[in-house]
Design a protein around this ligand. Structure first.
Ligand SMILES: *Cc1c(COP(=O)(O)O)cnc(C)c1O
Length: 386
């Protein structure tokens, strides 16, 4: 089976991990701060706080921004459940803003409309989480402008978008947001095994994120509430978690980070080839906005199965049975039984519904060869009857 996504591990990666295993520290050693500093410098952010997953990064980012039980967090329904679960961890309430029907990202026009209505009712969100779906940036300038007008904070869920750019600058520089999150799960652009990071330019947020990932504990004598009782002394200042990244994971991430631009270039070239090879098919291909340079974590194709009179399940299974590891990203979050139990209607956002009906993610990763790509394309056509 040609998988839809796959990690690429080199001998350098293996040696980097081995070096840590043979060193003094497996965790809380030098590799994590080295990874953080290198990543922050690369994407142009002041601070990076590495954690054990993007989900953890989203959680502590919401806490650091003060999200609590009377607050709302809004995000896109077409994302992984972690984008909204982070609000529920804080006891806050979640709502969804429908997607744009060509980028499939959170739609700034729908956002503005919903903000106007919420302002009238006095229930504006405290945090909005735009998700850079597939690695293509959301319209951050519009979202930023709205955040100033309506007074909400912005966390970019850039789990798909390591190495991607917006207006010729790396996503992660937090120019239009308070915090940006990356994921280093093996299926994403670069991997730590498991891992994530929160990037910010705000020193106060950086300090709070650091506290929250490590039990809320500090040893910094300038921050202690009581008298420093000795070199053993530490204080817990808030209720934090153990969300630390290990040095083993950081060493892998650091080694992978050296290849991120190469990876994105390869994904871009394979995506362009899909664009060409699938043109003239009854398929909607991923459209790119002019200010964006996507990392192409995913390549979703949209097929109007209903009007073509094709059974989607059968088409999907045919592809899988022919060795093409298709997948689907994503089921609208509000359709999940858990979210239904929170009161969401099953067909809450109309563009998200159409997207879900039509989308299939086809294989795209750094190990995908052109021969494999041709096999994918031929089967996509064959089962469409083209
Ligand atoms: C993968 C992913 C996450 C969660 O990342 P983890 O590192 O697995 O916790 C969050 N949001 C989106 C959009 C993702 O794709």
């Amino acid at each position: 089976m040609i998988p839809y996504g796959k990690q690429d591990i080199t001998l350098d990666d293996i040696n980097a991990v081995k070096d840590v295993l043979l060193s003094e520290y497996l965790t809380q050693g030098p590799a994590v701060p080295h990874f953080e500093a290198t990543l922050a410098k690369k994407v142009g952010a002041e601070y990076a706080v590495a954690v054990n997953s993007a989900t953890s990064a989203l959680h502590i980012s919401c806490l650091a921004l003060g999200l609590n039980k009377n607050d709302w967090l809004w995000t896109s329904p077409i994302s992984f459940v972690a984008s909204s679960n982070c609000a529920l961890y804080c006891g806050a309430k979640v709502d969804f803003v429908d997607i744009n029907d060509s980028t499939y990202n959170l739609c700034p026009i729908a956002l503005e409309k919903k903000l106007k209505e919420a302002a009238a009712k006095g229930c504006l969100p405290k945090v909005v989480v735009p998700v850079h779906l597939c690695g293509q940036s959301c319209e951050m300038k519009s979202i930023y402008r709205l955040s100033k007008q309506y007074g909400f904070k912005v966390i970019e869920d850039a789990s798909h978008a390591v190495g991607a750019k917006y207006c010729d600058e790396y996503i992660g520089n937090c120019k239009y947001s308070d915090i940006t999150i990356f994921s280093f799960h093996p299926v994403k652009i670069i991997t730590c095994g498991e891992g994530g990071v929160a990037l910010t330019n705000n020193s106060q947020l950086n300090q709070t994120l650091n506290l929250l990932r490590g039990h809320g504990i500090t040893r910094d004598s300038s921050k202690l509430k009581n008298r420093d009782e000795g070199s053993w002394y530490y204080e817990q200042l808030s209720l934090g978690y153990n969300y630390r990244m290990t040095d083993i994971h950081a060493a892998l991430g650091l080694s992978q980070l050296e290849r991120v631009d190469k990876y994105v270039e390869y994904r871009q070239s394979m995506a362009k080839m899909y664009d060409a090879k699938l043109a003239d098919m009854p398929i909607k291909l991923p459209q790119q906005e002019k200010d964006t340079y996507s990392s192409y974590h995913l390549y979703p194709i949209l097929i109007d199965f209903k009007s073509l009179n094709i059974d989607k399940q059968e088409y999907f299974n045919n592809l899988r049975n022919s060795g093409v590891g298709v997948n689907l990203h994503y089921i609208p979050i509000y359709k999940q039984p858990y979210y239904k139990s929170l009161g969401f209607e099953y067909n809450y956002c109309s563009n998200a519904e159409i997207y879900y009906e039509q989308t299939i993610s086809i294989p795209l990763h750094q190990k995908l060869s052109t021969e494999e790509q041709d096999l994918v394309v031929n089967n996509i056509k064959k089962f469409l009857g083209c």
